[in-house]
Design a protein around this ligand. Structure first.
Ligand SMILES: Nc1ncnc2c1ncn2[C@@H]1O[C@H](COP(=O)(O)OP(=O)(O)OP(=O)(O)O)[C@@H](O)[C@H]1O
Length: 594
């Protein structure tokens, strides 16, 4: 339960809503309890007046007695209606305060979790899958809200109403109170137990629903592969199996749900039978009046919902505590990538790796081994190597998505750790290997990296990335929507959009991670030449498999298994006749054949 204490700061923030809600609850309960007394009074009044009326039957005063009786009943009936309306009004206010408070906290908590997600390093996203991250911000926060809203509302209601009603009952008769309340604990415990079963089954349904959705989502996104390999029938069969499982689980839940209400009704009925039987005996003995029995039945009815809610609240609180525990786990995660000096300065562009080794924390794979190189401002460096040789890892370290295991990365002669991370990253342009574009217009995708990017800058970036003519051909030009709601770009167009996005901010340091792999060599040359122009006086790191991308760079390093095996210029490496020369000859031949 201590997990829920994280929410106390929010309860404190919205204390006025909570306090007002409690006051409204007390007032509404007052107007709920009072009508029972009026009913008793009315019933007793009816029996007494009826006796009098009968005695005076046929006499002159009989009709005036009847008029008085009628007026009395009307007044009492009116009183009950007024009280019910007043109660309804205050119940409305209770919801407007406590439920509103829970919605506000839900909003704050979602923001808190999302802000925390944004702060956490890449390694965190490697450890936790997307489904898990989504669940905590939606499903878990919703469960916590159930505690903050209905949980707190019905909990406090119970605490206020119970003493009020029991006091009223004891005032009438202690023994009758005892018998009337006897079945209620059984009711509460059974609701708790049944509710747990319902929750467990609902969770199973949720799981099988998520299996089903994953299956459908994969079938849609992988439709090309599915059709090409003629697996439609197989996909339908798997869908049927998952769907069947979902149906079975839903039916099991329906069964428990069907038991739930009869169980409640039976126990409430038992309470009422006991009240009437024992109450009836007491009326015969003259200990209480008819009105008292009616009053009691109303009290028992009043208590049944809170008692039912008790079992329900307990299970809401348990589920909320489990959910908050999961949320807290993420909120407690710390970002170990911190700036040591928060240096917020303009980067000139000198980059150095000094004996850098790096082991991926989650897999234990040593991706870089004693890598050293230096790039002066304005220079370009190409990193070339086979798959898995550690090229992208170098990009990750320059962006400080990870910290080195050994050795250091320096920018303008200062350790990378000294820089303010946001300020440093905002001066870098990065084109990742796996291009990601948002479901938004091309214009917004290009302008993604800044708030004050002008249309002219966007057009220039598109021209430099050799994308402008393509955009011009699209029916809606720069406003063309991409992604699910829009058009699908070709692999090369995607890469060039991603390049335009990186260069539009005029970065001091540009990192292209295999960013030209999907364009032909002519386009590659055009882009590289534009880049050489825009990156004048700035530093570029070009990661590639292809010698054609590397050959224009001022410096080239060749990586193999995390180690630098050759370095130099295009000419010096060709002259040396090593791995680079071999690659050069091979790729030149492939190009000539193509
Ligand atoms: N996030 C990660 N977690 C664990 N291991 C990783 C991670 N990323 C890469 N690796 C491993 O580190 C090694 C180097 O990977 P890296 O991505 O730097 O290679 P690369 O040279 O860029 O390859 P490619 O050209 O195929 O993209 C590989 O063995 C890879 O399996």
């Amino acid at each position: 339960m201590k997990e829920l204490s994280h929410l106390n700061k929010y309860l404190f923030k919205y204390k006025f809503l909570l306090i007002l809600g409690i006051i409204f609850l007390a007032v509404s309960n007052y107007f709920a309890v009072w009508p029972a007394r009026v009913v008793r009074y009315a019933l007793d009044y009816v029996t007494e007046s009826f006796g009098l009326y009968r005695a005076a039957d046929g006499s002159a005063i009989s009709s005036s007695l009847f008029d008085d009786f009628e007026t009395g009943i009307l007044i009492l009936g009116g009183l009950i209606i007024v009280m019910a309306l007043t109660r309804g009004f205050f119940l409305f206010l209770v919801r407007q305060t406590i439920i509103v408070m829970s919605r506000k906290i839900e909003f704050d908590l979602k923001n808190e979790v999302f802000d925390q997600y944004q702060k956490l390093p890449l390694s965190f996203y490697r450890k936790n899958n997307t489904g898990d991250l989504m669940n905590r911000i939606s499903e878990d926060v919703t469960r916590v809200r159930m505690y903050l809203g209905p949980g707190i509302m019905y909990g406090i209601n119970l605490l206020i109403l119970f003493p009020m009603v029991i006091y009223e009952m004891l005032r009438v008769n202690a023994e009758l109170t005892f018998y009337a309340l006897l079945p209620l604990p059984v009711l509460s415990v059974s609701i708790y137990l049944v509710n747990n079963i319902i929750n467990k089954r609902s969770e199973e349904i949720q799981e099988s629903l998520s299996d089903l959705s994953t299956h459908v989502q994969e079938a849609f996104s992988g439709i090309r592969v599915l059709k090409a390999f003629v697996r439609e029938m197989d996909s339908s069969r798997k869908f049927n199996i998952a769907s069947e499982e979902y149906k079975d689980k839903s039916l099991k839940l329906t069964f428990v749900n069907a038991l739930f209400f009869p169980l409640i009704m039976a126990l409430i009925g038992l309470s009422i039978i006991l009240t009437i039987y024992i109450g009836g005996n007491k009326v015969i003995k003259g200990e209480i009046t008819y009105g008292n029995i009616a009053e009691f039945v109303l009290y028992v009815n009043m208590l049944t919902w809170p008692v039912t809610a008790l079992g329900w609240i307990t299970s809401i609180i348990q589920r909320a505590a489990a959910s908050q525990k999961r949320i807290n786990q993420f909120l407690k995660e710390e970002n170990h990538i911190q700036s040591t000096e928060n240096l917020d300065v303009d980067i000139v562009g000198k980059l150095a790796f000094e004996n850098v080794s790096f082991v991926y924390p989650d897999s234990g794979i040593k991706a870089l081994d004693q890598v050293s190189f230096e790039v002066s401002p304005g220079e370009s460096i190409a990193i070339i190597g086979t798959t898995g040789s550690g090229k992208s890892t170098i990009a990750n370290l320059i962006l400080r998505l990870y910290d080195t295991t050994q050795g250091g990365v320096k920018i303008d002669g200062k350790p990378i750790e000294a820089y303010d991370i946001s300020s440093m990253r905002s001066q870098m342009g990065y084109v990742p290997q796996d291009v990601f574009l948002f479901s938004d217009s091309i214009e917004n995708n290009i302008a993604f990296g800044g708030d004050d990017i002008t249309k002219e800058q966007i057009i220039q970036a598109a021209k430099d990335a050799d994308l402008y003519d393509n955009i011009d051909d699209f029916p809606e030009g720069f406003q063309t929507m991409l992604g699910e709601r829009g058009i699908t770009l070709s692999g090369g167009q995607k890469q060039r959009t991603s390049i335009a996005r990186a260069i539009v901010k005029n970065p001091k340091l540009l990192i292209l991670d295999d960013a030209l792999s999907a364009v032909d060599t002519n386009t590659e040359n055009t882009i590289l030449k534009s880049l050489a122009r825009i990156m004048k006086g700035r530093t570029s790191v070009i990661i590639s498999h292809r010698v054609s991308s590397a050959k224009l760079a001022d410096k080239i390093i060749v990586l193999d298994d995390g180690k630098i095996i050759e370095q130099g210029t295009n000419e010096s490496l060709l002259a040396a006749g090593g791995v680079y020369k071999e690659l050069y000859d091979k790729q030149l031949k492939q190009e000539e054949e193509a």
